[in-house]
Design a protein around this ligand. Structure first.
Ligand SMILES: Nc1ncnc2c1ncn2[C@@H]1O[C@H](COP(=O)(O)OP(=O)(O)OP(=O)(O)O)[C@@H](O)[C@H]1O
Ligand SMILES: [Mg+2]
Length: 193
């Protein structure tokens, strides 16, 4: 299954989500940047291509796509089973994300929106939902992720959130909710198989 993760804007959680999904599903990752932090976090078997090349060599793969849509990217976005669009819910990010959604729907309807770094009682979340409605994107599947140090610890521990949570102790307690968030996203992704 080919899964694309994209947003035009940086810092929205694309690479973090790609890494946790790759660890969880045992997928390879293709990054479209010549330098990717994934180099330090995936072994040779799993970091498939880091130069923006597109390949037909792999069946189970996650594309970590930043920046504008190149013709190569468009090819992959079209044929992906699902395109995940992560975004931070503050307005400036939401505006760029609307542009990203607009560009993807022209290629692929199977989109999952992942509002990211949600806080408790997040006022921006409600505003974001209104913006989606305004642009007619409120019917797209949505799978939010809360703010959690678990996301940063994936890069340190090289484990899935689920594995960190299962170890118990403080992480077992603190990572319950983010683990639930991520499991919901994974179930949603699997429903596109
Ligand atoms: N839910 C979250 N809670 C806390 N921190 C998060 C969360 N999601 C992502 N982060 C952090 O936000 C930062 C940006 O995430 P990431 O590098 O995945 O974004 P990106 O979209 O791949 O950016 P770029 O386009 O620059 O590659 C990272 O430091 C990551 O650990
Ligand atoms: Mg990245």
């Amino acid at each position: 299954m080919e899964i694309s993760i994209m947003n035009f804007k940086g810092g929205q959680g694309k690479t973090t989500i790609a890494l946790n999904l790759a660890y969880t599903l045992d997928y390879g990752v293709v990054a479209n940047e010549s330098y990717t932090v994934l180099k330090n976090h995936l072994d040779e078997d799993h970091l498939l291509i880091a130069t923006g090349q597109i390949t037909d060599e792999f069946d189970d793969v996650i594309y970590d796509f930043g920046g504008g849509i190149t013709p190569h990217m468009a090819t992959v976005l079209k044929r992906s089973k699902v395109v995940i669009i992560p975004f931070i819910v503050e307005q400036a990010n939401v505006e760029v994300t609307i542009e990203a959604i607009n560009s993807v729907v022209a290629l692929n309807d199977n989109i999952i929106l992942v509002p990211n770094k949600i806080k408790e009682d997040d006022k921006d979340y409600a505003v974001m939902l209104e913006t989606l409605q305004e642009f007619g994107f409120d019917k797209l599947p949505i799978s939010p992720l809360r703010t959690s140090t678990a996301l940063q610890n994936i890069f340190i521990d090289h484990k899935t959130i689920s594995a960190m949570q299962a170890e118990g102790g403080l992480n077992g307690f603190n990572y319950r909710k983010i683990n639930d968030d991520f499991n919901k996203l994974i179930e949603l992704i699997k429903s596109y198989k």
